[in-house]
Design a protein around this ligand. Structure first.
Ligand SMILES: [Zn+2]
Length: 354
């Protein structure tokens, strides 16, 4: 058991959220997750204090990994960070993060300084998608659309085997695609965003509205939650499993709306995998079966036939695994060097000239 693989190197992953910081390590080959731990972010204490907590968590993870694997500190090549966007990846900035109260914060440089290792920064939902692709439910895909449904709806795109960032790192904001042009107001300011209907809080809100005005005040849904005002997405899924008709309707409606949103993505990107992760996967087949049916009704058949729609396989750790994966991917791109990149640009230029 103690035969430490020669030259096995390790990467630390950090998944920074508004509520929790999740941190852990993986060997470069992605074969396992080590020393995964979670702690509160305490964003209200300010950015420096958050960086402090992340740095200490990274040191803890390194120490635990060394104890468990016999690795030495020099076997750790760097830290991948997933953070809520929008980000400026080139400069390593969190541009704005309402949940953290940050603006143009140089997270990557601060953390790299503190832990003395190179660091990379990418959007948390991009990381989750890359994690599912590397070692989770989207393995083997070449074109992957990822949705992470929790407090909000994050998205990530892998096109031709690479995370796609777009012109200014905004690509993949699936939660803020419009599914009803005159619909509910979204936190982003737009109307009718997918997130305004299918995020955890939005699902709970729709359930409360459905319950309101019904004669039967003693539905399973209301009882489970301990009052309509305490309904969460999770109680909706539980009540649906127990046969509550209102909760079942809400889950079916969620499947219909998500299905419409995903059908758009299937027609645009023609992915081989759509992976849906986050709390919503607890709804299970009650959600996924009608969701797949809705996509089948709406999208082109060859696109639907080529695509599997699956729940995420890394509950709670997709972000950390993906942060590790983004570090690895960025290092590999750097290793291949600017020579290839230059050639790519030249080829494109030649194509344009023709
Ligand atoms: Zn929005």
């Amino acid at each position: 058991m103690l035969n430490t693989k020669q030259n096995q190197r390790y990467i630390v992953g950090v998944d920074l959220g508004g509520t929790n910081i999740v941190c852990g390590a993986m060997p470069e080959d992605g074969s396992r997750q080590i020393a995964i731990q979670s702690q509160p972010t305490f964003a209200e204490q300010g950015a420096d204090s958050v960086v402090d907590r992340i740095a200490r968590a990274v040191e803890d993870v390194i120490a635990l990994t060394m104890a468990e694997t016999g690795a030495t500190r020099s076997d750790f090549v760097g830290v991948g960070i997933g953070a809520p966007g929008p980000l400026d990846r080139e400069r390593g900035l969190v541009v704005t993060a309402p949940n953290l109260g940050w603006k143009d914060f140089p997270l990557r440089a601060h953390l790299a300084d503190r832990v003395g290792l190179p660091a990379t920064l990418d959007n948390d939902a991009n990381c989750a998608t890359l994690g599912e692709w590397w070692v989770g439910a989207a393995r083997g895909g070449r074109h992957v659309v990822g949705l992470t449904i929790g407090t909000g709806i994050g998205g990530g795109l892998i096109l031709d085997g690479q995370l796609y960032h777009g012109a200014s790192d905004v690509a993949g904001e699936i939660g803020h695609t419009t599914i009803d042009s005159t619909g509910r107001r979204c936190k982003c300011g737009n109307y009718g965003c997918l997130e305004a209907y299918c995020s955890g809080p939005a699902i709970a809100e729709r359930a409360r509205e459905a319950l309101f005005g019904t004669e039967d005040g003693v539905s399973i849904l209301g009882q489970l939650a301990g009052g309509p005002e305490r309904i969460t997405a999770q109680t909706v899924y539980e009540a649906a499993q127990q046969g509550d008709p209102i909760a079942r309707d809400v889950v079916r409606e969620t499947a219909r709306l998500l299905g419409a949103g995903i059908a758009n993505l299937v027609n645009v990107f023609n992915p081989d995998v759509v992976v849906v992760a986050g709390g919503v996967t607890q709804a299970g087949d009650a959600l996924f079966e009608p969701l797949r049916a809705e996509v089948r009704r709406r999208a082109f058949k060859p696109a639907v036939d080529a695509c599997r729609i699956v729940p995420g396989a890394l509950p709670g750790t997709a972000g950390v695994v993906g942060a590790v994966a983004t570090f690895k991917a960025q290092m590999e791109r750097q290793r291949r060097g600017t020579r290839d990149e230059g050639r790519g640009v030249a080829t494109e230029g030649a194509g344009l000239a023709r």
